[in-house]
Design a binder for this molecule. Structure first.
Ligand code: NAG
Ligand code: NAG
Ligand code: NAG
Ligand code: NAG
Ligand code: NAG
Length: 273
């Protein structure tokens, strides 16, 4: 569905109070990388009659929107969400578990580049003790993510992210604390001449991502609701009513997430216990 060209941020979720979820903000580099969509073929047709197409992926869960036509690529993507407080998946041992919530451009049809921004959350659990580390980042894949070290985060914070490309090799990422209205703006550029952003998709994703050369264990992120979702071409803004859905599955075949479009600019991604 096409949206009016001025998208106003009017409705915010109320701040969720999660006393047990206080954590620290990441301050050192992690060499975490969010990558292109890895689809799992052979199980792509939804049994949910309301969803036109649902695909499965080993690393993404969320909503993918294609531009209105190939000569009108997306040049912006935006949305808001509340920082979740993940837990260790039921039946899993104590240890370190991660997940990432982000939005971005490309990574589906164009797998040479993704311009994205969001947050990573790590929970480390040992017995009764659980600690969280939150990190806000931008990433121009295939580079590693770069942290916004001065953007402090706690579960329940509502953040707004706005990404705009100014050419195939440059862009601007804005993160805003919706509670205070404070924001950070960061100019970004392509890490190489082969990592060109083409605007062939916009997406709102929870990802099971990788660290430097190693798989990380995926957390139970609970529920993430993306609101105020919009993707823009140079002349129009689009909501997500006609977006396609991608649910996460393990390579062993268990479905890990449910994804639902709740309206023209809102979608919910749930971890399935
Ligand atoms: C499909 O949509 C209808 C009407 O909005 C709703 O009543 C129904 O619960 C939906 N089905 C599923 C499986 O979500
Ligand atoms: C989803 O699955 C359909 C049907 O197999 C396929 O045509 C389409 O390319 C897939 N979309 C993505 C984003 O992988
Ligand atoms: C937003 O500001 C509030 C109030 O200062 C603070 O508690 C919260 O941690 C901030 N969140 C982010 C994402 O900066
Ligand atoms: C991306 O790929 C999908 C599935 O093959 C296709 O339906 C869609 O038109 C493509 N979008 C663009 C912008 O190339
Ligand atoms: C992931 O979980 C497995 C099984 O519990 C464990 O052996 C491995 O060390 C964990 N990996 C990380 C990076 O924590």
């Amino acid at each position: 569905m096409k949206l009016p060209s001025i998208v106003c941020y009017v409705i915010w979720c109320s701040k969720i109070v999660l006393a047990e979820s206080r954590g620290s903000t990441r301050t050192s580099p992690t060499y975490y990388k969010k990558g292109p969509l890895q689809t799992i073929t052979g199980a792509e047709i939804s049994s949910d009659a309301n969803d036109s197409v649902v695909n499965y992926s080993s690393n993404w869960a969320g909503v993918i929107l294609n531009p209105p036509s190939s000569d009108k690529p997306f040049t912006s993507v935006s949305g808001t969400f509340a920082v979740p407080a993940p837990s260790v998946p039921s039946g899993q041992p104590d240890g370190k578990y991660t997940s990432s919530v982000w939005l971005g451009i490309d990574g589906v049809n164009n797998t040479n580049a993704i311009l994205q921004a969001g947050i990573d959350i790590t929970i480390t659990k040992a017995g009764d003790q659980a600690g969280y580390v939150f990190g806000a980042f931008y990433e121009w894949y295939p580079n590693y993510a770069v942290d916004f070290t001065s953007f402090s985060l706690t579960a329940g914070d509502v953040i707004a992210i706005d990404i705009t490309t100014t050419s195939s090799t440059s862009g601007v990422v804005i993160l805003e604390n919706v509670t205070t209205g404070q924001s950070i703006s960061q100019s970004v550029s392509a890490p190489s001449s082969s990592a060109l952003v083409r605007g062939t998709s916009a997406e709102w994703i929870v990802e099971n991502f990788e660290g430097l050369g190693a798989a990380l264990n995926f957390s139970d992120f609970g529920s993430v609701v993306f609101e105020n979702c919009a993707a823009g071409t140079t002349s129009e803004s689009w909501g997500i009513s006609d977006a396609s859905l991608v649910r996460m599955k393990t390579l062993g075949g268990s479905i890990l997430t449910d994804v639902e479009i709740l309206g023209s600019s809102e979608a919910r991604i749930n971890y399935i216990q």
